[in-house]
Design a protein. Structure first.
Length: 319
């Protein structure tokens, strides 16, 4: 995809770890009433956003567990809190599962929820909660999550009303090679229909502290060769339909993520500033990479670093 490799200056904010779903691959969530559960106060969230703005962030990425009491107003309060701090920062927030959760708890349909999100400042959505888009696999790794058809319907609805999304795939657990191909092909077909995906992010399963691995159901994550194949085959299958393939330095480790820039990826992701989900599952790759370090990593493999927006508009090329 050329010599330029992009990245975004952003901050992750996981506003709660309380979740009713208990997915086997997740070590981050805590059940309701757990002494380890937390909900980030809105004033604290605003301070985090202000810190991000001061560090030059153009995006905040906001996701959380499925709190049993979270309804539409809960999510709108978060959006409004961000907008009180900044009218311009890009809000990339709320997975399709969170959209469904808000709709159920508020007695509204998904389209109404999405429109309310957009009207209150949401700019784009993460295409997470996808895991593997094969229901047979989902019945094991995330049995209480939305089924494939519902995930697709929510994503298409978001695209239709002008909310772009990323797309993701979590691999390296119980899925087969065919399951991965089915997943990527489904994303390809959605993109042909809507054009609403900004990027594809392969997410290598961080296994060590998850119940999926500890109970013997999954393999111990992907091998290095599997990681390479996923990024290379993704590029071959997605081509110009989804032009941007992002490496997850948190999942892969910084050095291996750099290597994957040579097998089809063209984006190094974000600075993050804080990262909880992978870290708690056992990742050792850290929580923050400053822009200067990301640019050094990109230059080291003979590529040209460029800062981008969430929707891949180039802010500046640092040749």
């Amino acid at each position: 995809m050329g010599d330029v490799v992009t990245y975004v200056i952003n901050r992750n904010i996981n506003f709660t770890n309380i979740c009713i779903n208990d997915c086997l691959f997740c070590a981050f969530s805590r059940p309701p009433n757990s002494p380890e559960g937390y909900v980030t106060p809105l004033e604290t969230l605003k301070k985090k956003v202000l810190e991000a703005v001061k560090l030059g962030a153009t995006e905040v990425c906001i996701q959380g567990g499925l709190h049993p009491d979270a309804d539409l107003e809960t999510y709108l309060d978060i959006l409004r809190a961000v907008r009180e701090v900044s009218s311009s920062i890009h809000i990339h927030a709320f997975s399709p599962m969170e959209v469904k959760h808000a709709s159920v708890n508020s007695g509204m349909n998904v389209e109404e929820v999405l429109k309310a999100f957009k009207e209150n400042g949401l700019n784009s959505m993460p295409g997470t909660a996808a895991e593997i888009l094969v229901d047979r696999v989902r019945r094991v790794v995330c049995p209480r999550k939305i089924k494939v058809a519902e995930w697709v319907r929510i994503i298409k609805s978001a695209h239709r009303i002008g909310i772009p999304t990323s797309s993701t795939m979590m691999y390296g657990h119980i899925e087969s090679e065919r399951d991965k191909a089915i997943h990527i092909d489904l994303l390809r077909r959605i993109q042909r229909s809507t054009g609403g995906f900004t990027e594809f992010v392969p997410l290598s399963f961080v296994h060590e502290k998850t119940n999926l691995y500890k109970t013997g159901l999954s393999r111990p994550g992907a091998t290095g060769l599997e990681d390479i194949k996923v990024h290379a085959v993704s590029r071959l299958m997605l081509g110009d339909l989804i032009k941007n393939i992002q490496v997850s330095w948190v999942k892969l480790g910084v050095k291996f993520a750099q290597f994957c820039l040579n097998v089809g990826a063209n984006d190094f992701g974000g600075t993050l500033m804080e990262e909880n989900i992978s870290r708690i599952a056992g990742s050792t790759s850290g929580e923050y990479l400053p822009p200067s370090e990301i640019e050094r990593i990109i230059r080291d493999c003979g590529r040209i670093p460029a800062q981008r927006t969430t929707t891949y508009e180039i802010i500046k090329i640092n040749a």
